[in-house]
Design a protein around this ligand. Structure first.
Ligand SMILES: O=C(O)CCC(=O)C(=O)O
Ligand SMILES: [Fe+2]
Length: 359
């Protein structure tokens, strides 16, 4: 029996849109099996119905988050020409991305009317070849060197501190996922022991009066994240919208002390869409006719570049919806869309969902 407000569409329960808050401290603190199992059940429910959740009890100390936010402010306050000097070649997802230099909807092969209407600016860091000296990982497959702003000596240690914490939380989440999917403990370790990770720090800000709010302007175009799981820190300012199973966009803001978590395409492929790689976007947060500044930082845990992703045996059911693919092949196709503006022709399932969304 389905409860009030629930219905069934194509075999999937459609529940009223809600991003649940889940306390993951039983996993962070190593509590007993029963407490962990209760967390895994909540994660399975959220992953199967919305693909987004909020986590508390993640163990990231308040000062680490505050220092990280302060570092982000310092970087984005630099002069435009200084920030520009930290751009890297488009094939490397590193350094500075100025406003309107990327188009996230092209990562799905969906062209927007003006193409370049994503006004976010970003600074990216990620896993590098030198993090795994024994493995000889290819820079071109996503392990490019980081760049750091020389003007701000305090930026690097504060960002790296948060990055390490976000990586720890992502690792804990994959432990929860193995339990939630009834897989052997540590199942995902061999797919993530030299994981492509990227931290994208986003700044959504345009000087008052500098914009024509023509309805096509977006903070960040609609997209699904590419990898296994994303840990998202965000200001409590409106802007983020998530596509619900009802085909409508819903506003989402993090609760106090919570981080948002959403699943990416690799997880949807592994689970044959038992779990969702949910579409989301950022609309301009307009307050009193002006765009209100908003910051976020997405930590993408994508998996080893050479990991082959094929449907988990427990999720094959009536047949796989996706052929096997390596993490690198998938991520590079998506990045070619968003950063090099070559529409991704291999994302039919997600593109169809964007085009059918009711605004
Ligand atoms: O700014 C946000 O809340 C979302 C950012 C996002 O979706 C991304 O960086 O992939
Ligand atoms: Fe995203």
């Amino acid at each position: 029996m389905l409860g009030d407000g629930a219905a069934e569409t194509e075999g999937r329960r459609v529940v009223e849109f809600h991003v649940p808050i889940i306390d993951i401290s039983p996993y962070v603190e190593g509590a007993d099996a029963a407490a962990r199992a209760a967390v895994a059940r909540q994660v399975d429910e959220a992953a199967s119905t919305v693909g987004f959740m909020q986590i508390r009890g993640h163990g990231i100390a308040r000062p680490v988050l505050d220092e990280f936010a302060a570092a982000l402010d310092e970087f984005f306050a630099l002069a435009p020409a200084t920030k520009e000097s930290y751009r890297t070649a488009v094939e490397f997802n590193r350094g500075y991305s100025p406003p309107k230099s990327e188009s996230l909807s092209l990562s799905l092969g969906v062209a927007s009317a003006t193409r370049m209407n994503d006004f976010f600016e970003a600074f990216n860091i990620g896993t590098t070849t030198s993090d795994y000296p024994g493995l000889d990982l290819p820079a071109r497959a996503g392990y490019a060197d980081n760049v750091w702003p020389a003007e701000l000596p305090g930026f690097r240690p504060r960002v790296q501190r948060y990055y390490a914490e976000a990586a720890r939380v992502a690792g804990t989440l994959t432990t929860v996922f193995a339990d939630a999917l009834d897989l052997p403990p540590g199942y995902f370790e061999s797919f993530t022991d030299h994981s492509l990770n990227v931290l994208r720090m986003n700044n959504y800000a345009l000087p008052p009066g500098s914009v024509d709010l023509d309805g096509d302007l977006k903070g960040m175009g609609e997209h699904t994240d590419y990898g296994i799981v994303t840990v998202l820190w965000a200001d409590q300012v409106p802007g983020l919208q998530v596509l619900g199973a009802d085909g409508r966009w819903h506003d989402v803001q993090p609760a106090d002390e919570a981080l948002l978590v959403n699943l990416g395409d690799v997880m949807a492929r592994w689970t044959n869409e038992r779990w969702l790689s949910t579409l989301h976007r950022v609309m301009p947060p307009i307050v009193d006719g002006t765009i209100e500044r908003r910051r976020s930082a997405a930590f993408f845990h994508d998996g080893n570049f050479d990991a082959v992703i094929e449907t988990l045996p427990s999720c094959v059911g009536a047949g796989s919806k996706y052929p096997p693919i390596t993490v690198s092949e998938h991520v590079q196709a998506k990045l070619a869309g968003s950063r090099a503006l070559q529409p991704n022709t291999n994302a039919h399932r997600e593109a169809a969902r964007v085009l059918s969304a009711r605004d």
